[in-house]
Design a protein around this ligand. Structure first.
Ligand SMILES: *Cc1c(COP(=O)(O)O)cnc(C)c1O
Length: 397
């Protein structure tokens, strides 16, 4: 990459990220280019934000139009894009809902945690149950909800009122519920935790527990939402309706945005003065999100997402028979995890050298969050490179 850019980073950017020495300059669909003119196939566009790939034309157009009309007004006023987006999100849910908007995933989860407390307060309830290996964000509420010690280290004391249970274990959740519990919060499919699918009956049993103990069921769909898994909301796969759903990442097709939808009787607890976000629901983000939803609808991408998942699953399952270091293949639509028996970092590096961008999470799980408009040719190309890298892997170490 351009050494001057690298120097500026070294001198002026706080080094809180591990970055590849690559400077990206332009993207189009699932293809992205660096400052040396090299192109890459991106099967992890925007860390899950690029659900339609890079610079999807309708979103570019919608943003260009909106940005030249009205960029930002505070929430003391009404705007048409916010009203339309709230309607689009709520009418796609399997339960009646109202929306709140903010700017990121962690903020969406903070709002959900606040809602759980506001809702539970009159009954002396404030505790939230979350799951080990979850990921909910980096601000203190979401950080405490994230039940992974490595993210807590050095930041203690954390927020009081969180209790943890293993993902997939209903009895463990039942055991930590007491008279002060207000909510159960989880990702229907754990993303950062390794693309962990819920066991059969798990989400249904949590819903029943919530009904029994009058708790809110909060689904963090920041990574799974917006059609990523082949349905608008991942929980639709199991027919389980939560009380609150948080969204971000792909919500506005790559433009920064977060939000939540909640049942009206819960949502009403967010009264004027209880919560706010200055940039929340701004016209530009809302226009981008509306264009995202419209694109997914008009191009039939929910079905495409499922088809992409099926193809990846078939390819990796076939490869598993030839590669003893592939332990498990976990797929739901465009959310793909390949668990290895060895460290995945070398695979990611091998792919990068061959012009393919993927991710590795939890040391051993290769994570792909491809765009739902990935073409068959791109899928073929990506699988080809990954197969080559995986088969050439030296696993003697
Ligand atoms: C990425 C992610 C978050 C945090 O989102 P930010 O926008 O980085 O704050 C929260 N929950 C889940 C499930 C995520 O994948």
């Amino acid at each position: 990459m351009n050494p001057a850019t690298l120097e500026r980073y070294k001198k002026y950017v706080i080094p809180n990220y591990t970055r590849y020495p690559v400077c990206l300059v332009r993207g189009e669909g699932s293809r992205i280019w660096d400052d040396q003119g090299r192109s890459y196939l991106d099967l992890f566009p925007g860390w899950g934000c690029g659900l339609l790939g890079h610079c999807p034309p309708r979103i570019v157009e919608a943003v260009q139009k909106q940005v030249a009309t009205l960029i930002h007004v505070p929430n003391t006023w009404h705007t048409e894009p916010q009203a339309l987006l709230a309607e689009a999100l709520c009418t796609r849910a399997a339960f009646s809902a109202q929306a709140f908007f903010c700017n990121s995933g962690t903020e969406a989860n903070e709002a959900a945690i606040k809602l759980a407390r506001l809702n539970g307060k009159p009954h002396g309830r404030y505790k939230v149950v979350t799951m080990y290996n979850s990921f909910h964000g980096r601000t203190f509420g979401s950080l405490t909800a994230t039940a992974q010690p490595k993210y807590h280290a050095g930041c203690e004391p954390l927020l009081p009122g969180f209790v943890y249970a293993p993902f997939g274990d209903v009895e463990a959740v039942r055991n930590v519920i007491d008279g002060e519990t207000a909510a159960i919060m989880l990702e229907p499919i754990q993303g950062e935790g390794g693309i962990n699918l819920p066991p059969v009956g798990y989400l249904e049993a949590l819903r029943a527990l919530c009904n029994e103990h009058k708790l809110l069921l909060i689904f963090d769909e920041v990574q799974t939402g917006m059609g990523r898994t082949g349905t608008w909301y991942a929980h639709d796969h199991w027919g389980v309706t939560p009380d609150v759903v948080t969204l971000a990442k792909a919500l506005a097709g790559g433009v920064a945005m977060g939000g939540l939808i909640a049942r009206p009787e819960v949502a009403e607890k967010l009264r004027p003065g209880t919560h706010a976000a200055t940039f929340g629901g701004n016209p530009v983000s809302c226009a981008a999100a509306l264009a995202t939803i419209q694109t997914i609808d008009e191009e039939g991408l929910l079905a495409r997402s499922l088809a992409i998942g099926d193809q990846f699953k078939a390819r990796f399952e076939a490869l598993k028979a030839r590669c003893s270091w592939i332990k498990d293949v976990r797929v739901r639509g465009c959310m793909i995890g390949v668990e290895l028996t060895v460290d995945g970092a070398t695979v990611v590096k091998g792919c990068l050298e061959r012009g393919l961008l993927i991710n590795c999470t939890h040391q051993t799980v290769l994570r792909l969050l491809p765009a739902m408009n990935l073409t068959d040719a791109e899928l073929e190309e990506g699988c080809g490179i990954l197969e080559e890298v995986l088969l050439a892997l030296d696993v003697r170490v």
